[in-house]
Each structure stands twice: as C-alpha cells, then as structure tokens.
Design a protein around this ligand. Structure first.
Ligand SMILES: [Cu+2]
Length: 139
C-alpha cells in the first residue's frame, strides 16, 4: 500500500518535471529565435516630402545591437534613407538606400533594410528632400 503510494508520487513528479522542462525549453528557444529574427519596422510616411522630423516613423527608431531596421516607402514619391546629414563628407557611408541601386526606395511599397552591429546614434536623411531627417538609436 505504502509502496504503491510512493510509486504514484514518483510517477506524477516525473510527469510534472517533464512538462515543466518542456515548457521552459520551449520558451527559451522561442525567445532567442524571436530576438534574432525580429526586425524593427519603420515607415516613410505618406506626404513625407513636405515633412521634417516626422517624415520617418517612428523617430527615433530604437534597435538592439545586431538588429535589422526595415524602412518601407509608404509615400507616393521617391525617397532615400541615407546615413549622416546633408552635405556632410561621410553622408551615405554607413548605409544608403541609394538612387539607382536595387534597394532604391523609388516607389510605394519598396523596402530598404540595414543591420546595426554597433551601438550608437545614427542620424540619416533623404538626399532628394534633405529636410527629411531621422535617427536610429542602437543599444
Ligand atoms: Cu525624400
């Protein structure tokens, strides 16, 4: 009788531990995949040509190290996502959707993405409408 009870307790404890570890492992796997695969979505908003620091949304864009930011052109005209500031010598050196490259945001729905591997603040602008400015903050 007592032996049976002990067997039952051990049996249920084993099932409980199995379920618990299954859930924990599943959660960890899900979190790590989610963190790596998760891209930060940003938009070039409708009517962006006449906007300044609200042309890119959200602004600033917050990203984690090694995370990819995806900009979608939700406007009806050509724009760029170009690192630095207008007229600066290093403009476009870190990243640039460009005017002629396959990543050019030439029409509505086009996307440009860049992965940020180093923490810092990255200002960027549109070469076609230099008043359009934004910042990516990588932590
Ligand atoms: Cu523009």
């Amino acid at each position: 009788m007592l032996e049976n009870m002990v067997k039952e307790i051990v049996y249920f404890a084993a099932i409980f531990i199995a379920i618990l570890s299954f859930v924990l492992i599943g959660t960890c796997k899900y979190n790590s995949v989610f963190a790596q695969g998760d891209k930060v979505q940003a938009s070039i908003v409708y009517g962006a040509s006449s906007l300044t620091d609200t042309a890119y949304s959200p602004n600033p864009i917050e990203a984690s190290i090694n995370q990819t930011v995806v900009w979608t052109n939700d406007d009806f005209t050509f724009h760029t996502v170009t690192s630095g500031s207008a007229g600066a010598a290093d403009a476009g050196k870190a990243f640039d959707s460009g005017l002629a490259s396959p990543t050019a945001l030439s029409s509505q729905g086009k996307t440009f993405e860049h992965t940020f591997n180093t923490p810092g603040e990255y200002p960027y602008f549109c070469t076609l409408h230099p008043a359009m400015v934004g910042t990516v903050i990588v932590t």
